[in-house]
Structure formats: structure tokens, C-alpha cells
Design a protein around this ligand. Structure first.
Ligand SMILES: C[S@@+](CC[C@H](N)C(=O)[O-])C[C@H]1O[C@@H](n2cnc3c(N)ncnc32)[C@H](O)[C@@H]1O
Length: 231
């Protein structure tokens, strides 16, 4: 049903995948079928009404991990996909990172492993060339420099945004870059994991979208979920 074709995976890669899945964390948390189901549901909830005429534009997933969201986008005929992931496995651990890299590679999902903040300042994509920018469960990790608490493997400890001017500057750059890249009717979806000061984070996003202009928050839980559309 979905694009993944395991027939093309050589024996060595299959063995590597099997070995990585033995990692205690992955063994407990990594369930491909469940992840596909969850990403299908997520796409249906948040992107099913996106203008199908935009499907030649790029879909960017921030922190794609094993690539299932982009896989589901391809299934829905949004095939021009790109992941932006961390430079190293510091946040989620090396086995998670390695398995992510292999799973994206075997599915021909291009991923730039450079970290979001670097990518924002250095990417060469053209204006209006992107129809979806998605960040699910990755915003706190991508901005980990401005987070107090343990982000490791989505740790359970209480995270807290450090609301300083540097964070605001980086967030402005992030939102401005998303605005530049998105085409009209394109969607920026930011679905965070949540922090103890999530209302301050919500205010930051709401105020920035208003100040920067040209984009509108179409749906939010006023906490960690913001679906923003370029006008
Ligand atoms: C909790 S996982 C979420 C994975 C996936 N989006 C999902 O919904 O299941 C966090 C993802 O963010 C990535 N990540 C961590 N630091 C990052 C950074 N600086 N830039 C981009 N992605 C990053 C991790 O490698 C991982 O893929």
C-alpha cells in the first residue's frame, strides 16, 4: 500500500535494521505499523484539505526520524519530499538516529542531517517552493539550546523554554524563513511535545505570526499545536 519496498533492501542492511531494533529503547518504542497508522491519521486530521494542485511543491518535515510522515505524503501524491534532521544522535540516541537514516535511505526520502537552525540560515530553496512544513514532536529538540531539562529520547522530565532575546531572534528567523518558502495556501504545522511554560511559547508564536504578517493561525489548541497558513 505505501511506497516502502523491502524487496530492494540488501541482506547486510536488513541485518543492520534487525540489530538496531534490538536496542532496548527502539525495541519498546519502534513499531512501524503503528507509526504508519498514526501518521495516516495525522495527515487526515491536518492536511487532507490542502489544495491538491500544490502537490508538485516541496513537503518539508523537521525531524522526520524514520520518515513515515513523508512516506504518507508520498502516498497522497505529495512526492517532492525533504527531511531536515539533527546533525547527530545526541537527542534521541545513536541507534534511533542510525535506524532513521537507514529507513529514509531505503525509501529514497532525502534528508539533510544538519540541524534545523543551521538549515534556516543556509538553505538555498526558492521563494514559494514549499507547500507543507511540518514539525511534529521536534520543535523542542530543534531549539534544544533554548530548552531547560532533558530532551534526550523525548525524556519525561519537565522541559521549559528559556525565553530570552536569542530564542526570539531564532524564532523570528524560523517563521520568516517558513513564510518565504511557503507558497500561498501552504501550511506550517508546529506540533510540539509541550513544556511547563507552554503558554509563553504559545504567546511567542501568536505574537510573531501577527507581527510578521502574511500568515494566519487557522487552528490551535492555544498550547502546543499551531496550524498556520500562508495567505
Ligand atoms: C521525538 S522525535 C519525533 C519524530 C517524528 N517527527 C515523529 O512525529 O514521530 C524528534 C525528531 O527531531 C529530530 N531532531 C533533533 N534535533 C533536531 C534538530 N536540531 N533539527 C532537526 N531535527 C532534530 C530527532 O532526530 C528526531 O527525528
Amino acid at each position: 500500500m505505501l511506497g516502502l519496498n523491502f524487496d530492494n533492501i540488501d541482506k547486510q542492511t536488513s541485518r543492520k535494521i534487525a540489530k538496531l531494533k534490538d536496542d532496548p529503547y527502539l525495541n519498546k518504542k519502534y513499531n512501524r505499523d503503528l507509526r504508519i497508522q498514526q501518521k495516516m491519521k495525522y495527515f487526515n486530521n491536518h492536511f487532507i484539505n490542502i489544495d491538491k494542485g500544490l502537490n508538485k511543491k516541496k513537503v518539508i518535515d523537521i525531524g522526520p526520524a524514520f520518515g513515515e510522515f513523508l512516506e504518507v505524503c508520498k502516498f497522497h501524491n505529495f512526492g517532492n519530499v525533504l527531511g531536515i534532521d539533527a546533525k547527530s544522535g545526541d537527542c534521541m540516541g545513536n541507534p534511533y538516529y542510525e535506524l532513521s537514516e537507514i529507513m529514509c535511505k531505503v525509501q529514497n526520502i532525502p534528508v539533510e542531517y544538519c540541524g534545523l537552525l543551521w538549515w534556516i540560515h543556509n538553505n538555498k530553496l526558492k521563494n514559494d517552493s514549499v507547500c507543507i512544513i511540518n514539525s511534529q514532536g521536534s520543535i523542542e529538540q530543534a531549539f534544544t539550546k533554548y530548552i531547560n531539562g532533558d530532551n534526550h529520547r523525548g525524556g519525561q522530565s519537565v522541559l521549559k523554554w528559556i525565553m530570552n532575546d536569542e530564542l526570539k531572534y531564532e524564532f523570528i528567523k524560523f517563521i520568516e524563513e517558513c513564510k518565504r518558502l511557503l507558497c500561498s495556501k501552504g501550511v506550517l504545522m508546529i506540533y510540539g511535545n509541550g513544556t511547563s511554560n507552554v503558554s509563553k511559547y504559545n504567546n511567542l508564536i501568536v505574537n510573531l505570526i501577527e507581527d510578521i504578517g502574511g500568515m494566519k493561525i487557522k487552528y490551535t489548541d492555544c498550547k502546543r499545536l499551531h496550524r498556520i497558513v500562508k495567505l
